[in-house]
Design a protein around this ligand. Structure first.
Ligand SMILES: Nc1ncnc2c1ncn2[C@@H]1O[C@H](COP(=O)(O)OP(=O)(O)O)[C@@H](O)[C@H]1O
Ligand SMILES: [Mg+2]
Length: 260
């Protein structure tokens, strides 16, 4: 069985794409799944979480060179100082390097399919491949869309975040040249504040109306544990496994595995 390839995306910054990528990847691996995580965001946050900022090879080496052996750019993720057996990562680079990569790819043949072509070589080794992305439009983003077999859209219950999901979903339809009902995706309510009553009503109603079947049962509530975990460069359940919020992404991982 080849991997389910999940792109984590939203056309809005700061909506927990990286937090979701890191925690979901980790929890899937804890459930015995073989996971490969790709950092396609120009901030390199996922790479930092998994301790691979100094990786010799990064995703650009594969995207620019057909003959590059992509397995050379795959490293075990470092979680709490230990190299993980089931969780691997392909590093991104920060800032200008990713922007330059994007520009370098602009005029290349099959520029949108390059990631897919490379992943075809390793996808049988994994159960899940998770791709973190940035909010904008880019050649890298097109590669992530083309390679993914499904999508997770984290969103807050704010108008701009929900718009960010709509915009990306429309973009995916254009890129893949398909209708919305041909796309496999889940909308994940994330960093939801229990006390923000108006947003809670707005978001709940919006999702119930718009994506009744695609909205996850799991809700990622706003909790300071995630900010703490970010300082430690760790998944939340590693930072404090007894914390109530350590369960959120475990629940999401199970929901995604069971596809319910
Ligand atoms: N459930 C949550 N509760 C509180 N803060 C969160 C939660 N999830 C993420 N955060 C914090 O929100 C900020 C933005 O999250 P991040 O994952 O970096 O977003 P993105 O990758 O979409 O830009 C980070 O500082 C992160 O630690
Ligand atoms: Mg991010």
């Amino acid at each position: 069985m080849s991997a389910r390839i999940i792109m984590i995306g939203c056309r809005k910054g700061g909506v927990t794409k990286t937090t979701t990528t890191v925690n979901l990847s980790y929890e899937l691996s804890c459930l015995g799944k073989r996971v490969l995580t790709l950092d396609f965001d120009g901030q390199g946050d996922t790479t930092k979480f998994f301790g691979r900022e100094d990786a010799e090879f990064y995703i650009g080496d594969a995207l620019l060179d057909r003959k590059f052996d992509i397995t050379k750019s795959i490293y075990p993720a470092v979680v709490d100082g230990v190299e993980s057996e089931f969780l691997h990562v392909i590093a991104g680079r920060k800032g200008d390097v990713m922007t330059k990569l994007d520009m370098d790819m602009m005029l290349l043949p099959r520029r949108e399919e390059r990631l897919k072509i490379h992943l075809d070589k390793v996808k049988d080794n994994y159960d899940f491949i998770i791709i973190d992305t940035n909010p904008g439009t880019s050649v890298l983003g097109l590669n992530a869309i083309m390679a993914a077999t499904e999508y997770v859209f984290p969103t807050e219950f704010k108008e701009h975040s929900l718009d960010g999901v709509e915009t990306l979903l429309e973009h995916i339809q254009d890129v893949k040249f398909v209708e919305e009902d041909e796309i496999t995706f889940k909308v994940l309510p994330a960093r939801i504040q229990k006390s923000a009553k108006r947003a809670l009503t707005y978001g709940t109603e919006y999702l119930k109306e718009r994506w009744p079947k695609q909205t996850t049962k799991t809700v990622i509530w706003e909790r300071s544990l995630f900010v703490e975990a970010e300082f430690e460069h760790n998944p939340a359940s590693v930072t404090n496994k007894a914390h109530v919020a350590a369960r959120y992404y475990k629940d999401l991982a199970k929901e995604i595995i069971n596809n319910d």
